[in-house]
Ligand binder design. Sequence first.
Ligand code: ZN
Length: 425
Amino acid sequence: MDLILIKNGHVIDPENNINDKFDILIEKGNIRRIDKNIEPFSGCEVIDADEMIVSPSFTDIHVHLRDPGQTYKEDIRTGSMAAVAGGYTTVVCMPNTLPALDDASLIRYVIEKGEEVGLCRVLPAGAITKGRRGKELTEMALLKDAGAVYFTDDGAPVMDSHVMRKATEYAGSIGSFVADHCEDLSLSENGVAHEGEIAAALGLPPLPPEAEDTMVARDCIIAIHTGMPVHICHVSTKVAVEVITWAKAMGAEVTAEVTPHHLSLSDAEWLDFDCKAKVSPPLREEEDIEAVRWALSSGIIDFVATDHAPHAHHEKMLEHHACPPGMIGLQFALPIVLELVKKDYFDMKRAIEVLSTAPARKIGIQPPSIVEGRKAELTIFNPTESWEVNEESILSKSKNTPLLGRKLIGKVKYTFYDGKIVYKG
Ligand SMILES: [Zn+2]
């Protein structure tokens, strides 16, 4: 359809300070007119967005698409389908694939495969160290030239502080940044569940929050001394929030993300001994959840990233020690963030910012924006529509989430990418 008219939607675009009802006319994929009232005319498809919100589409800088090497869990096509169903049009996939994304040809493979699928922008993060073994730095400049948007060994921390310091300096010197999965492995050991009353009551091997907190502190200190940026992945504890608050006050170029599951689920998910609750870092206690919610509200945590981590059913059925950590998240971020709006942690504008503009800006892409002349890259969602999380509604190849069978409120109705409708819900 050459002409699409989005009628009566509430348009929220933090980039342009738009927060009002507008009609939007899209012609051949470009936003042609934004106005209070545009009359429908013949030959134009009308989308009735009454009671709906129209926002720039979302960016997730932390997803695992398992391609290459583990495409029985997810691949770039199914990952893209889940992304656009969640309102995302840019995703950054993690380099903990098989082999690891530590080479320019692998970086190009991911970008080309993403373009071939064509549903959204799939950008790779390159590995910090060769083979993600934590020892020898990759050729970051070559990876960046090939299209890597930042560097991380995610799935594992960079345990060696000297390597982390060198990596931070190197990435910063080429205009990029490192992101760390903060976990001191000598503290987490064989821990499975957050160290607290529930792990103790259930007899699950405890994983102390210090494992995260000490590593966050180390990385913040490296950022302070090198003057280079460090991004903290999936912040989950109240102490980590305090440490990041301190580092930012010191003027460090530290940024942080939080996942939908750490914003909404607690270690109580373990009560039925279901390993779908296993994730790294682990689901925490109420106090931690409160802390990350308020940190996201205040800006201490900069944005939401899902850490979408698909695993096959047979893997999640293993005993708690053998089961791989991780849960999917691309389709749940919006409803979970909307829940926090409803509970008054922040307003709708901040909700759009943490899903859309802030993460896009972090990876140096122009945030999608609803302005005349731009290609349509937007998400239309109904903030009050409820839907059930089940095998059918999940578009990922894997269905590993404790949310299975639960109802969520907030549903993506349309996602536009590159001027085209890539999802209709
Ligand atoms: Zn991680």
